[in-house]
Design a protein around this ligand. Sequence first.
Ligand SMILES: Nc1ncnc2c1ncn2[C@@H]1O[C@H](COP(=O)(O)OP(=O)(O)OP(=O)(O)O)[C@@H](O)[C@H]1O
Length: 634
Amino acid sequence: MSDSEGEGERSEPSEDASDEIEGRERGRIAAAAEDERWPLLSLLRDGGRGDLRWVGLGGISSVGAQFISNLDMFIIGLAFDAMFNDRAYALPLVPTGWIPSEPTPQLGFTVALLFGLKLVDMSLGILAEYSFFLFAQRTLHRVRVDAFDTVQRLDMGFFDTQQTGEVMSVLNNDVNSLERFLEVAPNLGVVSVSMIASSLVYMALLNWHLALISLAVAPVLIAVNHWYGARHEARNDDVREETGVLNALLETNVSGIQTVKAFGGEGHETDRVERQSAAHRTASWRANLVGVRHQPSLRMLAGAAFVATLFVGTEWAINGRFWFLPGTITAGELVPFMYYTQSLVLPVRFAAWVTGLYKGANSSAKRILGVQRIEPPRDDGRTELQTPEGRVEYDDVSFSYPGTDERVLRDVALDVEPGETVGLVGETGAGKSTLLKLLQAYYDPDEGTVRVDGHDVRDLSRASLRRSIGYVAQDPFLFTGTIRENIAYAVDSATDADIEAAARAAGAHEFISDLEAGYDAEVGERGVMLSGGQRQRIAIARVLLADPPMLVFDEATSHVDNRTEVLIQRSLEEVTAERTTFVVAHRLSTVRNADRIVVMDDGQIVEQGTHDDLLARDGKYADLWKVQVGAVDS
Ligand SMILES: Nc1ncnc2c1ncn2[C@@H]1O[C@H](COP(=O)(O)OP(=O)(O)OP(=O)(O)O)[C@@H](O)[C@H]1O
């Protein structure tokens, strides 16, 4: 069966895309939770904490509603036999004195009873929907926020190796798939099971021999449902995986659109997206094929049971006996019985649907859990860094990025006094930025120790450490919002005067004032309407307003012209005078006045001293300087 099915599944989308899916290694996110047996249950147990009572209430109400809803045919059967076949009219739990003995009052009694039961059924149904909905929404909210919080707290090593589009896919698509499941499946699952259970109970009460015959097909039904369920899960894993890869591709292409255009790469990029979209379409097609066959197969089996019951029951009613079956069966028993047999089809279809949703949600839960399990961040340090003096020590530090063998830092030893300004220079890839990432504890050294005020940074709470260090990157990120909001990002209580003072010190006030909306100008999703130099100055203002005891400028003025840089440096002199400051720069004039210049080469410190010292030494720094001032050819 699987062979022919496999061929059918590949017939729609292209062969290439199909092969691509087969060949692809399961992504790191999904693989991280591969050994989790019940990912969805684990996730809901944590996400649903405190609200499980709503599932209990919903479940009880739903079961009650189904048993009551399904009771009507049972009562109608008894009433018909009483009215037309002169049988005794007796109902469980109803005192016999309440039931009339003449046909017309019996009809009135039956109608009133059925109407009353419908009212109870409706009330319980509303209560069930309400309870399940409440559980779903609260749980989903918690799972979404928890997942986002987990992603945010992951080590930088995770983001280095995981494409942001894929992470977004977990936060968006996988959480949405969980939403689709939670909004429908718990109630529908209970409804299906209790519809089946109530039908079985009433069938058994009507005629348990015939009930057993109708149920002969049940084991086959369960086995087929299980088989399809397993296939659903495997196929859904592929779909989620392909969605993640596609999202990552779309995300990088849109954010790198300028480069794509510059190289005229639109056609090439469209081809790449087309290939990945085809792989996604193949995965979805194959997953849908399972769904397309699942329900009809179950319906066919349930239909077979119905036809068999119809044959046996009608033969039995006509002849007054059937083969070895004892006793007789009346029309008043057979008609509701057939109804119950037929009413098993709908919940079986529901069950197939719920199984599909469950398997989809299970794949998503696996990825959400995977994000939590992949490289969990090391425990946060316990020591809070309070108003540090700013002494920084690198004690024979060596480091390779996670997952790589290349030593990016080798035996780096550096002591920086409080208040000192250190310029870091060296060729590209020498390890300057990496040195500062270790100071902020984005990564831990493989050997040696980085200390701030004598504390190993691993022992410090990351939040208190990073609050103490103002960091400006070469391509700073601006948040969607106004310039004012961006500058005041870390200081809720900042006044307009504070914001302006910070902007002046960063050399940003002038160009901000020239903008029509001034400080209220929106900077768009990634600050696109500002130049690189303007964005850098806003980022410097943001750090100055936060007023941290230590500063790190990593090529922070590389996009501004020489004149503006000199102006910024002058206004920063006062700010940096008392604080430990690191300045990474390729333009050596930026660090010329630093208290000390540290020259790095291939992960090592090769020289250090003041500008004049280093020039006098006539080593690496002097070479770099000569190249920059044009004294020698590069
Ligand atoms: N996240 C990362 N994962 C793996 N390797 C990395 C990562 N970041 C940097 N590297 C590698 O580490 C080395 C040092 O990089 P680093 O950014 O520290 O150099 P740099 O001196 O700051 O260079 P530049 O002046 O170009 O900014 C380089 O070889 C680089 O390829």
